[in-house]
Design a binder for this molecule. Sequence first.
Ligand code: SAH
Ligand code: SF4
Ligand code: F3S
Length: 440
Amino acid sequence: MNERASVGCRPRVYLETYGCQMNIADSQTVTAVLRRAGYDLAEKAEDADVILLNTCAIREHAGERVLGRLSDLARMKNRRPEIRLGLLGCMAQHNRAALVEKAPHLDLIAGPDSYRRLPEMIGRAGFDPAVDVRLDRAETYADITPEHDGSIRAYVTAMRGCDKFCAFCVVPYVRGRERSIAPADLLREIAELAERGVREVVLLGQTVNAYRFGEVDFGALLRMVARVAGIERIRFTSPHPSDMTDSVIDAMASEAKVQPYLHLPVQSGSNRILAAMDRGYTVEEYLRLVERLRAAIPSLALSTDIIVGFHGEERRDYEETLALMRTVRYDQAFTFKYSVRENTRAYKLGDTVSEEEKSRRLAEVIALQEATSLELNRASIGSVFAVLVEGPARRGEGMLSGKTPQFKTAIFPALGARPGDTIKVRVESATAHTLMCAAV
Ligand code: SAH
Ligand code: SF4
Ligand code: F3S
């Protein structure tokens, strides 16, 4: 490729995103900010004048991946010293001091509330990196329309930050205080997305159901979004169990567009550990919530997040997590080994479960979940689901993929269907992660 890719034309920026959906949505905001400032997007790092990594700090492993990638990019910068290399996002916020020291090739370090200032930070030539990691209680980027990627699903940030301060978690420190975006701004953005072909919106927030703007709570917001013409499916992630009010449950039960799927992170099945994590609920309260949800929304699918090996987790605590999983029978679970994070409240407590034991517990949790997912998916063989078509399936010529209302991946023959269509399919066979279907 041309060594000086953009001499004489608009400068090109390459943006790589790590972490959760909030980061994916933030990268779309960053893209919009940079377009406004005259940048074009590059498809790969080699073609870019500016390379930005939007990073995640949730577990140590997330940071290690980025540091590995940064050392590759540092070698590229040695060959082409004119490139500007920047680190954005949660890791920028979390590790700024260490980064300035350890990554001298970085030209800029910008936290999640600093993206408006990116063009001037990129432009600032200098020996020291431009660092901006001020957290801003007021920043919501409400006036910036994120650049959507053209798919039929769009992620829309409804609230930023988190006030929960779970003992293990860096998010409140790297994303700052909770703030909700005005309903009018959200509805305008969603209506624009619908006009451009989006059929499904996923409302985002670290505790998205804590959303509140004046009189509008999250249940009311769901009802408002359901009135937007062209939007057929509404989802949201992640709700916190403590904020799962009747208003939200009623909106899920009564608004047909709000899909029967909920990601409801539990973290542990032991009351002792939940208290140490400061999650704000007991196992009994969580199970009662699951009962209320299932009574209100009979076709509901549930997924969760589980951490094994948190500080002080004994074998019996962990067995209670397995027992809870057997009771709830989640459709899917995202499972993690506890990773001690600096600055969090659990940091000074340290690690009490060995790496080997964490791995053993994790493997067992995963095996139980795989078995449950498989059983539940197999039980749906013969059932008919409405699937919103997304695009070609990864494997299989002439096959398409899409999601059922319960957010399960369905694979089915194309038969003329196009992305954005909703079609009926019948499940013919199933794995733990996929439903193989035929057209009805
Ligand atoms: N706001 C969401 C979770 C966001 S982080 C919620 O409260 O539900 C996504 C998941 O990462 C968490 O649910 C948790 O299971 C996991 N996680 C967060 N911090 C972690 C840590 N220090 N070690 C291991 N897993 C962690
Ligand atoms: Fe982290 Fe807890 Fe906030 Fe979720 S609710 S982002 S786990 S502090
Ligand atoms: Fe990671 Fe930040 Fe999301 S820490 S999980 S990218 S909010």
